[in-house]
Write a protein of this length. Structure first.
Length: 95
């Protein structure tokens, strides 16, 4: 099987560095891809519902369904991401 002729691939877009930098300013750290997706959604729609964002607050052992992992530095500030997402919820920008 070859994906070389996959039609939807022609519509693929990438986040540019300016957008990522803008997201970084919102949370004072390199944003996770989930956070970037939420911010992008706010630019594209007025009806946004998010689900499954735990911001990795659960125990380390419960963060992977199929395996146990040891703690490591993820490189994202999930505390500030959660604060900003909650602010978007308070302002009824997302649900």
């Amino acid at each position: 099987m070859s994906l070389g002729t996959h039609q939807k691939a022609k519509k693929l877009h990438y986040l540019n560095q300016d957008f990522i930098s803008d997201c970084k300013e919102l949370v004072y750290d390199y944003p996770s891809i989930g956070f970037q997706a939420v911010i992008l959604a706010t630019q594209l729609s007025d009806n946004i519902s998010i689900y499954g964002f735990s911001f990795f607050e659960e125990e380390w052992k419960k963060q992977h369904y199929f395996e146990e992992i040891k703690p490591y530095n993820r490189g994202h500030d999930f505390i500030n991401e959660k604060k900003y997402v909650n602010l978007l919820k308070e302002k009824n920008i997302i649900k």
